[in-house]
Design a protein around this ligand. Structure first.
Ligand SMILES: NC(=O)c1ccc[n+]([C@@H]2O[C@H](COP(=O)([O-])OP(=O)(O)OC[C@H]3O[C@@H](n4cnc5c(N)ncnc54)[C@H](O)[C@@H]3O)[C@@H](O)[C@H]2O)c1
Length: 425
């Protein structure tokens, strides 16, 4: 009887498949060596999450960032949580050229995903890349194609898919608990005090061009003079972000795709503007108020809204079926409510009891990020398949880009499946 591959054998087999540069660098007792690109807000917090997800299977051996203050902060955290001090790179290309690195995390702003994602695939690394997959539809396809050629594992950071509460929601929908679903409401509402405008994140007071590599941050974007606002608050500017569409909405179209078996919408019409954060000194470009209506094949619609001036309704997806409703609120609470049919439900529906499950109480799980990391690492080890590979990440990103294009052009956008492009109605 043949023995199953142990981890070291698997890494060796993977290294053989990847080529001689990787195999020569690997030794005995190997863990997966991770190179980490971007230790800002998400990338820094996620150093801890990976430790929770896979403490015995990986080690972070290299870190790359273009702001020295964040490098130092990450090195401190690495010592505390992981007990080692990774090598530091200022240029991600040098990190990718290091043959000892098996896999990367790309946790940088949206406009850099394309060049970093394609380069990581070409360097034969496994890749976790944050959402949105890329800044444009075309760039996203470049990453998908580079990944397909590479044969490596890749996971996009749409972590809702890994969360137990959403997996349970999918089981209930697949079992037919809500009947047929043709309509979904999805929303994300936020608020903050007037002295803390939305997405105006704190700029470290000591950040200057001496310790921040502005040109590397700009990457392929239009050259401009140093702007700490653009560097640390990049979400507010079109050069680096699609705003609400690609930053927030993609999580929700992605999870609706997962729950309801959808992929790419047929059409999108979006509307919005800067309604709340209108201070004359605030040069934000992206809307703080945004709505998008999507039509999908097979009679299916998503009605999406986002507003940064009231958080009463929070975050949610409400899948409205003709026999019941599944709601996931704040990525934590799952509610199933059967339709009442004015007190006279058919027998099949009458027997369905309402359900409420809570992510923490029922699954001991937060928003799915740690499970998503675990799935990535287990996929590299050959034990699982990634739940959000680039093809899936691209589907979610396309819906985000359709909304941005519709908003910017004030026109309804149609998805041309054959050409993999949008055009206007
Ligand atoms: N999955 C989620 O729920 C979730 C949540 C938040 C953010 N994100 C995503 O994570 C990514 C990062 O977002 P963030 O909020 O952490 O942004 P951030 O600005 O806080 O962090 C970005 C980091 O990238 C660094 N950086 C910039 N240019 C670089 C370069 N050329 N080379 C190396 N490092 C560079 C910056 O110095 C910074 O440390 C984005 O894609 C965002 O959409 C995902």
């Amino acid at each position: 009887m043949s023995e199953p591959l142990n981890r070291r054998d698997f890494l060796k087999a993977a290294a053989i498949a990847a080529g001689p540069a990787v195999i020569s660098a690997r030794g005995a007792n190997e863990k997966i060596n991770i190179g980490w690109i971007g230790v800002g807000t998400r990338g820094y917090a996620a150093l801890d999450w990976l430790h929770t997800a896979a403490p015995n299977d990986v080690r972070i051996t290299a870190i790359c960032d273009t702001y020295q203050g964040y490098i130092e902060r990450a090195q401190d955290r690495m010592k505390t949580v992981w007990g080692n001090t990774p090598k530091v790179y200022a240029d991600y290309r040098e990190l990718l050229a290091d043959p000892s690195i098996d896999a990367v995390y790309i946790m940088t702003p949206e406009h850099l995903h394309h060049e970093m994602g394609v380069a990581a695939m070409k360097a034969n690394k496994h890749m976790y890349i944050e959402k949105p997959l890329a800044h444009t539809i075309e760039e996203g396809y470049d990453i998908v194609h580079a990944w397909e050629k590479s044969g490596k594992i890749a996971q996009v950071g749409t972590q809702n898919r890994s969360s137990s509460i959403y997996k349970r929601a999918k089981e209930l929908i697949d079992k037919g608990m809500i009947g047929d679903a043709h309509f979904v409401r999805a929303f994300w509402y936020r608020n903050s005090l007037p002295n803390d405008p939305a997405w105006r994140y704190v700029i470290p007071p000591e950040a200057t061009t001496a310790n921040t590599d502005w040109n590397r941050f700009l990457g392929p974007a239009t050259k401009r003079p140093w702007s700490p606002e653009r560097y640390f608050q990049w979400r507010l500017y079109w050069d680096y972000s699609g705003g609400i569409s690609t930053d927030l909405l993609v999580h929700q179209t992605d999870i609706v795709n997962y729950l309801c078996g959808k992929t790419v919408p047929k059409t999108c019409i979006a509307s919005g503007g800067i309604y709340r954060w209108t201070d004359k000194n605030d040069d934000r470009e992206v809307p703080d108020t945004f709505s998008a209506i999507y039509e999908y094949p097979d009679n299916f619609q998503i009605n999406y809204s986002c507003y940064f001036g009231n958080d009463h309704y929070g975050y949610g997806e409400q899948i409205c079926g003709n026999e019941g409703t599944i709601e996931v609120m704040n990525r934590q609470d799952l509610y199933f409510t059967p339709e009442s049919f004015k007190g006279k439900p058919p027998d099949a529906v009458k027997s369905r009891e309402p359900i409420h499950l809570n992510g923490k109480a029922d699954f001991n799980e937060g928003d799915g990020a740690i499970s998503h990391f675990r799935n990535y690492i287990q996929s590299i080890l050959g034990n699982e398949k990634p739940i959000a590979p680039p093809t899936i990440g691209q589907q979610a990103a396309i819906s985000g880009h359709m909304a941005t294009i519709s908003f910017k052009n004030q026109k309804k956008v149609i998805w041309d499946e054959a050409a993999s492009k949008v055009h206007f109605a």
